[in-house]
Design a protein around this ligand. Structure first.
Ligand code: FAD
Length: 317
């Protein structure tokens, strides 16, 4: 079943969680431990992020360097399948333009068909760390919209070269990302919503938002999206504030404002233990308000914050 249908079927506000594949060379057991504990909250689905390759340089001597591709967290598809098989939970692997050519994508889609995984989150992906702006992969895409088009063509039984797919297909269903405080590269919210609407018209059946710390930003975003004619579920993405360094890291990395009240309280914290407690309390209040508002679910970002997310989820479940 597609995520939008799952969401619409739920009577209470369902939780979903985003997890990362293990670092290259490490095992999956720690991730299983995380999911074992998240099952307490009966997750409606689990997202698995995808991470592009970065370029690493190896010194060869005499001022020469070798440039190699390195993926710190490979294995999204395999991890999604492993979670799906072990727990029988709906999984949503992320699929990216960033670092993937259209042939790479085609092979991923074929693998997912074999595995019976048909829910996706379709994203452009982050830029490479050593690039100042997003550079598409050779024979890849610049925007999530184009990736949606490839998936749609696949669903219609066509490979990228136009040849037909012989086997019967289970069509992919997918969501896309939305930004209550607009995407960092967007000149304004109107333009960002213009493209979000296009992504929905192209086939996305729901939207998951970037994290935010001021619920009013999410509410304004949803109201504006509805006025623009975007009527699919818009699931709020949530992550508890957890340490003092995030006062600058969150705005810089995610283009997200921290509300002044949260900042002032954080500045009174003596250490990260106090900052963590503040972040959990803030997030619990945020979730309670969002549930009261009638959100179609809460999607928790767990990276580096599994224990904090669990405390929040326990308080509001
Ligand atoms: P797009 O929809 O392509 O939008 C990017 C920018 O281009 C926006 O400013 C938009 O307004 C504009 N735009 C969109 N379409 C067009 C068009 N056709 N022509 C011109 N302009 C256009 N990153 C990862 O690397 N891995 C992950 O697993 C991952 N998971 C994420 C999960 C969620 C829920 C969210 C919110 C983000 C995630 N990201 C992830 C980060 C995401 O990849 C970045 O925010 C990226 O910069 C934008 O992705 P997008 O899909 O929103 O891009």
């Amino acid at each position: 079943m597609g995520i939008a249908e799952l969401i619409n079927k739920e009577k209470k506000t369902a939780f979903s969680f985003e997890v990362l594949p293990p670092l290259k060379g490490t095992g999956i057991e720690k991730l299983y431990d995380t999911i074992d504990t998240l099952r307490e909250f009966d997750p409606l689905y689990i997202n698995i992020t995808t991470h592009r390759s970065e370029y690493v340089y190896r010194e060869l001597g005499d001022g020469l360097y070798e440039r190699n591709r390195y993926r710190r967290r490979p294995g999204t598809v395999a991890v999604a399948a492993a979670i799906h098989n072990k727990y029988d939970i709906t999984v949503v692997p992320h699929i990216l333009c960033s670092g993937f050519s259209r042939e790479d994508t085609e092979y991923i889609l074929l693998d997912l068909q074999f595995l019976g995984i048909t829910n996706l989150l379709v994203l452009r992906g982050d830029k490479a760390k050593d690039e100042s702006s997003f550079v598409p992969e050779e024979n890849g895409y610049a925007h999530a919209l184009e990736l949606e088009e490839q998936i749609n063509a696949f669903n219609e039984g066509k490979f990228i070269d136009g040849t037909p797919i012989q086997a019967p297909l289970s069509p992919f269903r997918y969501g896309v990302a939305g930004y209550p405080e607009k995407h960092e590269e967007s000149p304004n919210m109107e333009q960002d919503l213009y493209w979000l609407k296009k992504k929905v018209e192209t086939g996305a059946s729901y939207v998951v938002t970037q994290m935010f710390y001021d619920n009013q930003k999410y509410i304004d975003f949803v109201e504006r999206a509805r006025k623009e004619g975007i009527h699919v579920p818009i699931v709020p993405g949530i992550k508890p504030f957890s340490k003092l360094s995030q006062l600058s890291v969150i705005p810089k990395t995610f283009n997200v404002d921290l509300p002044q009240e949260l900042v002032m309280e954080a500045m009174k914290c003596k250490d990260n233990k106090e900052a963590r407690a503040l972040g959990i309390e803030w997030c619990v209040n945020q979730c309670r308000e969002l549930i009261e508002y009638g959100v179609p679910g809460i999607h928790f970002y767990t990276v580096g914050a599994v224990e904090n997310v669990k405390e929040v989820a326990r308080a509001v479940y």
